[in-house]
Ligand binder design. Structure first.
Ligand code: PHE
Length: 445
């Protein structure tokens, strides 16, 4: 088959999707905010019992549906009720996430370029530089967003095998090499052992309900769940491939990279005596100042670090658009090129709205209910649409798909105790956990 992944291609592509800004930018700063070790422990539990459960759910639907999200739901449902097509709403989520993800990748690309010759020497300068980029420099933002969006479109136009599989085959090993290089450097610093203690010795005093929900939300985002990505990638997985093992590998790679990114970043921060709880500005403000104190080596490390972020982000970005592409191609029977033009221009334009909404000039016009368009897109997707899609997926598999069918698919690759645990989690534990997450995000609890 031309347009199918090989097994290793799937693992790389799904890992490429999972490993993204969520691992290298977001995970360290939330772990930092919630005090390190204890948060990491809770996060690991959330990945293993909740994230992986939904990952396996999307994989089993995709691999057996062998089609876009809508069709796959209908095909494997007990009733074949066409209303299951509505599950296809999640492909829109991917496009919305992609629109602001592309903007953030644009900021990072800007940091790659500027880190070659200047690095801010003080936190105030770094803060002002970042602030100026996102709120004044519309020209640069447009150029970088266009470059990222253009690359995503260029890659996905070529299809699964020639586009997505190939780019992952190139970028994932390069990302691995850069991270290993940075880890080795971090290891030579005195602060490395401090970073290890910070990440692995739990201090439960900072853990509250919010920390639990943050860990849960992060587990979903980092495994690319709730937007149809894993489902759609699995739909290009040959039917015989061991999806259980592949899913475990992907979760393991994703988690390892998050931990490695945390060790690197905390070693750097502690070496400079900087706090671990700098929030989202951690990589844009705190790190560049630290790099600036390391002379020429600092420039090399800064550029490598931001390049790693771009590589990680691009392989995630292509996976956000793919569910919508497959949906358009199969449901509206159009070519890949046409689908790419439609979906590409949608996320590109939404991205422009997002970036303008953060600028001083257009903030007023693009702020609604006290939130700018960028934050609204972020909130609607990660706090509302993604959890709803995940709940729907669990309830669907737990109650509307023949248990025998699932059992047969799982037992071909794993023991019955693994299957029974998964089935219990998907029917009872995970939906309840996500409903709580959703209600909390909506401010109801
Ligand atoms: N998992 C990616 C990250 O950690 C984000 C992502 C979300 C990718 C949803 C695809 C779909 O950055």
């Amino acid at each position: 088959m031309v347009n199918k992944f090989s097994r290793i291609g799937f693992i790389l592509a799904a890992a490429g999707s999972a490993v993204g800004l969520g691992n290298i930018w977001k995970f360290p700063y939330i772990a930092g905010e919630y005090g390190g070790g204890a948060f990491v422990l809770i996060y690991l539990v959330a990945i293993l019992f909740i994230g992986l459960t939904v990952f396996l759910a999307e994989a089993v639907i995709g691999q057996n549906g062998q089609a876009n999200v809508s069709t796959s739901f209908v095909v494997i449902s007990k009733s074949k009720n066409p209303n299951w097509k509505l599950a296809g709403f999640m492909v829109a989520t991917g496009l919305i996430v992609l629109s602001f993800y592309s903007v953030v990748l644009g900021w990072i690309l800007n940091y790659v370029i500027t880190s070659f010759d200047t690095l801010p020497t003080k936190a105030e300068i770094a803060g002002a530089k970042f602030e100026n980029l996102i709120s004044n420099d519309i020209g640069s933002l447009l150029i970088y967003h266009t470059l990222i969006a253009g690359s995503v479109v260029f890659i996905v136009l070529k299809g699964i095998k020639e586009g997505i599989e190939k780019i992952n085959l190139i970028l994932m090993p390069l990302l691995g090499l850069i991270l290993i290089g940075l880890l080795i450097y971090a290891f030579t610093l005195d602060s490395f052992s401090q970073a290890v203690s910070f990440m692995f010795i739990p201090d439960f005093s900072k853990i509250d309900g919010n920390a639990l929900l943050a860990a849960l939300g992060q587990a979903f985002f980092t495994l690319s769940l709730g937007v149809g990505t894993i489902l759609t990638y699995s739909a290009s997985l040959p039917k015989k491939t061991n999806f259980v093992k592949s899913s475990f590998y992907v979760a393991a790679v994703d988690t390892t990279i998050a931990i490695v990114a945390g060790l690197i970043i905390f070693s750097f921060l502690f070496e400079a005596g900087a706090p671990s709880s700098a929030g989202p500005g951690l990589v844009f403000i705190s790190l560049p100042v630290i790099f600036s104190g390391w002379g020429i080596l600092g420039h090399i490390i800064a550029v490598s670090f931001f390049v790693a972020l771009v590589f990680a982000g691009i392989t995630s970005a292509v996976s956000m658009i793919e569910p919508a592409l497959r949906f358009f191609i199969e449901i509206f029977k159009i070519t890949r090129a046409k689908a790419t033009i439609i979906c590409g221009s949608t996320f590109y334009i939404l991205g422009i709205v997002a970036l303008l909404s953060m600028s001083k000039t257009y903030a007023d016009e693009l702020t609604f209910f006290g939130k700018n368009a960028f934050d609204i897109m972020d909130f609607m997707t990660s706090s509302v649409m993604m959890p709803i899609a995940a709940i729907l997926t669990c309830v669907f598999l737990g109650y509307f798909v023949d248990k025998k069918l699932l059992e047969e698919k799982f037992l071909a690759h794993c023991s019955s105790s693994v299957f029974n645990t998964w089935y219990f989690l998907i029917r009872f534990v995970v939906p309840i956990a996500i409903v709580i997450l959703l209600l909390n995000k909506l401010g109801a609890i």
